[in-house]
Design a protein. Structure first.
Length: 476
């Protein structure tokens, strides 16, 4: 899983530049109200303009033969099993799964082709009914009214019990008040800290309510009497990468993809540039190798959490210590909350001719009926599915290391109710979506910020350059 994500992250930044470069062909007739079937060319009396917002899609057909086309880049066993079970319950409905067969050698080429082909199909009104958005330019699709606002469907569908899901995640994903993607799961981001060192230091802090300035103050106290191996607080990085990460942590503050606007030529961004610089100048973050007090962590599942948390207790050569998960600092002005990114996010084509059936299948994949298959990567959006996964782990009482070589090979880690209780706070507090798809904006931030961090330009000058370049990208 982590290997796949790493490969994707290095490729999507190249591919996203090709996304949705034009608005497609749309009818200018304002009086028509019908839309063409997916895969058909608009006929007289039809339009490709999005339908009116609001309402419901109705119930799926129980007699008429229907086909829902569901497109993903990677084949996925969860989706295959969902198709099988759903078609058994609804024999008149066919779920047509489409994916790409590829290998590492052809991954970049095939991913680029998949994105371009899907973009073209969506813009022409011939796209799939459902599509996994993790590799697609969702911001462009929303801007061009290609995706259904599912907040309307959730609010108006009595069979969709919103409280059964992590609503904090759904609320965090809203764009201009709408939900244009439904994640099957999500990951959380946090700081994994050396609890043994922190307890010995005697320094007290409240990580649930700290910002980066307060984190820096705590860090200075922590390293004041530290040994030579713990001279900095946060793991190895570079300023230009740190500023990119900080922007992605609060992406909507600086980038409005839907309206094509950027907000880098602002006090908020120049202050952020300066704050990152001070973290390196004050040696809170180091560019050198060593043993930082905190490391950035992405937690992918309850089992992954236990492995990340407990493996430090087995480090060899007298390096073992207890770890604890801490909240990442929030930006100035942000309310208390943790950070997350979605996984297997499904979009619903706003021009689909089988929207009722597509929405019903999407609900099915989220339902309790699929919870026995939700134990892969990602915390399931369904609370009951997550609870069952956590309780099953607790019954076993142990989690095995998955490392095939090295000091963790064969290690077994104990799991307790307290471990799960501590994890729960990060899941229920996940309200800040992290922009995880590398893009040209990332490249611009890294390239232009170096001029400030190397002392060549002022933060204001760098901010203006970034503002101009990002604005151009947003309006291509």
């Amino acid at each position: 899983m982590k290997r796949t994500l790493f490969i994707l992250f290095t490729l999507i930044c190249i591919i996203m530049a090709t996304a949705c470069s034009n608005d497609g062909n749309r009818s200018g007739n304002e009086n028509v109200t019908t839309t063409p079937n997916v895969g058909e060319t608009p006929k007289d009396g039809q339009t490709t303009e999005p339908p009116a917002k609001g309402g419901t899609v109705g119930a799926p057909s129980t007699t008429e033969k229907k086909t829902v086309v569901f497109s993903t880049f990677f084949p996925d066993e969860f989706f295959k099993e969902a198709k099988k079970r759903y078609e058994t319950k609804h024999p008149n409905i066919t779920i047509e799964l489409k994916s790409v067969s590829t290998d590492d050698a052809q991954l970049e080429e095939n991913l680029e082709k998949f994105v371009k082909t899907t973009n073209t199909a969506m813009l022409s009104g011939k796209g799939p009914d459902l599509m996994e958005m993790d590799q697609l330019p969702s911001g462009d699709y929303i801007k061009k009214h290609l995706l259904t606002d599912m907040s309307d469907l959730m609010d108006n569908d009595p069979t969709f019990k919103k409280d059964n899901y992590f609503t904090n995640v759904l609320d965090g994903l809203k764009v201009n008040g709408g939900n244009y993607g439904m994640p099957m799961g999500f990951f959380v981001f946090a700081l994994l800290g050396n609890e043994t060192f922190i307890e010995k230091s005697g320094v007290k802090f409240d990580d649930k309510h700290w910002n980066w300035s307060q984190f820096a103050s705590v860090a200075k106290e922590l390293v004041k009497n530290a040994d030579k191996d713990h001279q900095f607080a946060l793991g190895r990085s570079l300023p230009e990468y740190m500023i990119t990460q900080r922007v992605n942590d609060q992406f909507s503050t600086f980038v409005d993809q839907v309206n094509g606007k950027a907000n880098f030529d602002s006090v908020a961004f120049t202050d952020l540039l300066k704050e990152v610089k001070s973290l390196f100048d004050d040696k809170i973050i180091s560019q050198e190798m060593g043993f930082p007090i905190f490391n950035e962590a992405q937690i992918n599942s309850p089992a992954d959490y236990i492995r990340e948390l407990k493996q430090s207790e087995f480090f060899p050569n007298n390096l073992a210590y207890k770890s604890k998960l801490y909240f990442k600092p929030n930006a100035n002005g942000q309310q208390t909350g943790s950070f997350f990114r979605t996984y297997k996010t499904i979009g619903l084509n706003d021009r689909s001719a089988v929207k009722a059936e597509a929405w019903d299948f999407l609900k099915f994949m989220l339902s309790d009926e699929m919870q026995d298959k939700s134990k892969g990567a990602g915390f399931p959006l369904n609370k009951a599915s997550y609870k069952k996964t956590a309780q099953d782990l607790l019954k076993i009482g142990k989690v095995e290391s998955v490392q095939p070589i090295g000091p963790m090979k064969g290690k077994v880690f104990d799991i307790t109710q307290k471990d799960i209780d501590d994890l729960d706070k990060f899941l229920t507090g996940a309200i800040y979506p992290v922009q995880f798809k590398p893009s040209k904006i990332d490249e611009i931030l890294r390239e232009e910020s170096q001029a400030y961090y190397s002392g060549q330009k002022s933060p204001e000058a760098v901010a203006k350059l970034i503002q101009n370049r990002v604005t151009s990208i947003l309006n291509e």
